[in-house]
Design a protein around this ligand. Structure first.
Ligand code: NAD
Ligand code: LMR
Length: 329
């Protein structure tokens, strides 16, 4: 049976995450080994030539699932009929730039892209925002796409989730396969809260297995929350392959479902669950099935967790207020 190709739009396609991402999308890791894809690459004019070079390499791989590649600097073309959109390109903070300038510059990118998604994407569009500040950029795009259901706009905290699983596995001397039900709460920033109180290691409570609150508070949480900065310090550039890998994981899980008994972390529009301000895009524990997700309900939140969730949510509320004051949402 020949399946209809899925249209996947990637912005910032000529950047370092784009380079690590496109070959995996084209080889079937984003959606499945039997799903053909058309790639739509959006770049700014200065990035078009490099995107063309990447497209030449994609051709040279002769990927059986890759049907077509479009390269453009026009959001209306890039998002035309898009089923999945990975918004990677963003304005990085440069020396001397104030937070308001950064939010404003990104508003100039994610506002129009949200509008183009609203006007041109397919009805089943799913959006993942990777470009930082990812949660608030996702909020800007979502608010500029009033005809698209709000839950289709998500922000990436899967990299934080994967980092936390890896650190916990190391601490306990187990493999990552032995760990389930870890949660990242809040913002993709240093205030995020990686929560192991509900996590399981080989079916047993992970916090009890660790049994070391000082390690949790002083080593685990800061290591995960500041990992992005540590990578920049070590590599001289921000994470790229691991970020691309997390983007693949995020969309694959969203489309194909979480494993029985497990959950994942996604930045999604808050419905007020766990006292998180409704409307902001915050990371939650979610299960996914048939392309839909649900927040895991009924988890007990300790005082230790409550304080950390509240701090990250407060930061997101501040970012929302700032972009609101700038007229971006
Ligand atoms: P990069 O600078 O290598 O590439 C960004 C690309 O985006 C560039 O090619 C640039 O030309 C393009 N671009 C800029 N504005 C654009 C626009 N309006 N439309 C289309 N393309 C545009 O950066 P990178 O390393 O690939 O990282 C991309 C983003 O991802 C950064 O914001 C980074 O901070 C973020 N990031 C997020 C996570 C996460 O976990 N959420 C992890 C790592 C990196
Ligand atoms: C990461 O978590 O690796 C990135 O978000 C860091 C960054 O600032 O790009």
């Amino acid at each position: 049976m020949t399946r209809t190709p899925v249209n996947v739009t990637v912005t910032g396609a000529a950047g370092q995450i784009g380079y690590a991402l496109l070959f995996r999308i084209a080889s079937g890791h984003l959606l499945g080994a039997d799903v053909p894809v058309n790639l739509r690459l959006l770049e700014i004019p200065q990035g078009l030539k490099a995107a063309e070079g990447t497209a030449m390499e994609l051709d040279d791989c002769a990927f059986p699932l890759l049907r077509d590649i479009t390269i453009t600097d026009q959001p209306s073309v890039a998002f035309d009929g898009a089923n999945v959109a990975l918004l990677v390109g963003a304005r990085p903070r440069t020396a001397g730039m104030e937070r308001g300038d950064l939010l404003s510059a990104n508003g100039g990118i994610f506002g129009p892209q949200g509008k183009a998604i609203n006007d041109h994407a397919a009805d089943d569009i799913k959006v993942l925002v990777v470009g930082n500040p990812a949660n608030t950029n996702a909020l800007i795009a979502q608010r500029n796409a009033p005809d698209v259901p709000a839950e289709r706009f998500t922000a990436m905290t899967r990299l934080d989730h994967n980092r936390a699983v890896a650190q916990l596995a190391k601490k306990l001397g187990v493999t990552v396969n032995d760990i389930q039900r870890l949660t990242i709460w809040g913002n993709h920033s240093a205030t995020q809260y990686p929560d192991i109180f509900q996590a399981l290691v080989n079916g047993k409570n992970a916090a009890e297995a660790v049994n070391d609150e000082a390690w949790l508070a002083d080593t685990f949480i800061p290591t995960v929350a500041k990992r992005g900065a540590a990578i920049i310090e070590a590599r001289g550039a921000s994470s790229a392959a691991s970020a691309a890998n997390a983007a693949i994981d995020h969309v694959y899980t969203w489309v194909n479902g979480t494993a029985e008994g497990d959950w994942t972390s996604m930045g999604i529009v808050s419905d007020g669950s766990y006292g998180v301000e409704p409307g902001i895009i915050s990371s939650f524990p979610v299960t996914t099935k048939d392309g839909e997700f649900e927040i895991v309900q009924g988890l007990e939140i300790s005082d230790f967790s409550r304080a950390r969730i509240d701090a990250s949510v407060a930061e997101l509320v501040e970012e929302r207020d700032a972009v609101q004051a700038l007229g971006l949402i």
